[in-house]
Design a protein around this ligand. Sequence first.
Ligand SMILES: [Fe+2]
Ligand SMILES: [Fe+2]
Length: 270
Amino acid sequence: MLTLGVIADLHIGPRALHEGKLRKLSDQAGALTAGFAERMRLQIQPELIVNLGDVVQDEGPEEDLARYQEGLALLGGAGGELLNVAGNHDLINLDGATLRRSWSLSRDGPLHRALDRGGIHFVVLYTHERTGRDVRLGDDQLAWLEADLSRNELPAVVLMHHPAADQDLRGNRWFEGRSHVCLVEERGRLRDILRADGRTFLVLNGHAHWNHLAVIDGIPYVTLQSLVENIQEDAPGVAAATHGVVRIDDRWTAIEVAGAQPARYQFERR
Ligand SMILES: [Fe+2]
Ligand SMILES: [Fe+2]
């Protein structure tokens, strides 16, 4: 059994309006992250804490660096090993070398990588968003992924910031009519690689700020809602406080989506 505590889109920073309405309760992000860390440490005790990206609500280089490090320090209080994914907001004012250093990695190197924990191969992808244009993995990363999976014999979990499922975005506050800045451009190629390899049994991502599940080629693609999403239409606002607990054993993957809008998914491993 391996347990993951998962959190997405913390957006630590000032409150953010979107189309004139209060949508992200970013000013509560620190307290909500601390609450997540406490639940993990005291109740769940997961081996791994997965940060799916967008730790900061971008404001400026100095503010973002301080908030990024604050976010990781709060997540460090959860007690498990921290596995970080880069989000688009993390890279508006910070660069890849800064993120890697914050992750206790050497500054030179890519933001995608893979590691084995508890008999599971974890692949962390880096989806690069060109603001307002598109979201890409790029040919080099896709080739790396294919080679990495071909060397691997363990069951695999893929972690990434942007979704790789084809989502119907109607009703999504942030991305209705804007799939080009929500979904990964090469998602079809990525899914083909995962299907052909056959070992991936779960893909986890954030960014879309809602809970979404798609099962494609027998692989669940799970989008976790933002921690700070306002579940009300506007002010005063109530934070979703969303986080996930993923429990993996030899046969089952059970996902508890906790917070103000809870859900539960379970899949049999093939
Ligand atoms: Fe986000
Ligand atoms: Fe994002």
